[in-house]
Design a protein around this ligand. Structure first.
Ligand code: TXA
Ligand code: MG
Length: 315
């Protein structure tokens, strides 16, 4: 689809200025990150945050991640602990989000945190978004730039397809490298992974002890609601073949090239598969398939995050 809304821009000094001016006025913009594209707005502005929830049709009880350039900026809003410093040193900036206690004096809008006394914070590594953050004196509340319960956008056109002309500026930086959302780790009490991502539990475990959430544990991250990441057509898991009107999402070299077969990674690379996941789902939907069948994806390494998204997509 062509960008008929004329809201997609390449990054340069002029668009950076426009983007900053727009954010300062309380508007929201589409920004690339290394994980997925986000819908960013001033986390200290009620008007901006309300726009984010309205545009996404996001339930008010699902809090947003607040994005900062570095820990010094975040120090105004959250209380750090030793686990935070350990992981920050190791992984930031990068695709990991920390849930920490909010400071009483914080200016973060209560809507951002769904009135919780905790905040999810992240330090994206993407150069474009970092250039934007550098010019602001407020952090960006920035969920994935898709309608609530859908799949995250991985390029500027996806964002434009989601919101049409309702957003005026989307900065284009090609495909997001990682292709799935950041790992969310709660650092309140004993560290827990709330959302698996490309930074894996086993990697984090090298630096600190973490609890793995049990299957039946109470939902402590609202984003863990079962139905999520839905491409808008039925998704069936652990399939081996598919009728011609269904797409088969495959993995590994044993699958042939057929019109309705979409390989996430011919070389069985789970990171590559993660980066192709949402891209492939959107492609399948655009081609008019009525159903998506997915072969079994190994539940190790990045496969854990892929299967987390697939299970919710199939729900
Ligand atoms: O990679 C990412 O994290 C992307 C890019 C744009 O940064 N953002 C993203 O945001 O995925 P969103 O809003 O789509 O997902 C935020 C997740 C949700 O699962 C939400 O419930 C959880 O973070 N979350 C936010 N604040 C929380 C809090 N205080 N406690 C627990 N979970 C929280
Ligand atoms: Mg999201």
């Amino acid at each position: 689809m062509k960008n008929i809304y004329l809201n997609i821009f390449s990054f340069n000094k002029k668009i950076l200025r426009k983007c900053i001016a727009s954010l300062k006025k309380g508007n929201v913009v589409g920004l690339p990150t290394e994980t997925v594209y986000g819908l960013g707005g001033n986390a200290y502005s009620k008007v901006a945050v309300q726009k984010i929830y309205n545009l996404k049709k996001r339930p008010k009880k699902n809090p947003l991640i607040v994005h900062y350039l570095n820990y010094k900026d975040a120090n105004k809003d959250v209380i750090f602990n030793r686990d935070f410093y350990t992981l920050y040193k190791k992984f930031c900036p990068g695709p990991i989000t920390f849930v920490l206690k909010k400071r009483n004096i914080s200016k973060i809008q209560s809507l951002v945190t769904a009135k919780l006394n905790t905040v999810a914070i992240r330090f994206p590594s993407h150069r474009t978004t970092r250039s934007v953050l550098k010019k602001l004196d407020f952090p960006l509340a920035m969920p994935s730039a898709n309608l609530s319960s859908g799949i995250s956008p991985v390029n500027a056109q996806d964002v434009s397809d989601e919101f049409k002309k309702r957003i005026k500026i989307i900065i284009n930086s090609g495909y997001s490298k990682i292709g799935i959302e950041s790992t969310v780790v709660s650092l309140i009490g004993k560290p827990k992974i709330l959302r698996p991502g490309i930074i894996e539990a086993k990697t984090i475990k090298k630096y600190l002890k973490i609890n793995v959430l049990k299957k039946n544990s109470k939902i402590i991250s609202p984003g863990m609601l079962k139905k999520h990441y839905s491409p808008g057509i039925p998704v069936l898991l652990n399939q081996n073949n598919a009728d011609s009107n269904c797409a088969l999402v495959t993995f590994g070299k044993k699958y042939k090239n057929k019109r309705n077969y979409f390989n996430l990674s011919k070389k069985s690379d789970l990171k590559e598969a993660a980066s192709n996941l949402y891209k492939t789902f959107r492609k399948i939907k655009k081609q008019g398939f009525k159903k998506i069948c997915v072969v079994k994806i190994p539940n190790v390494d990045a496969g854990i995050a892929i299967n987390d998204r697939l299970k919710r997509a199939a729900n």
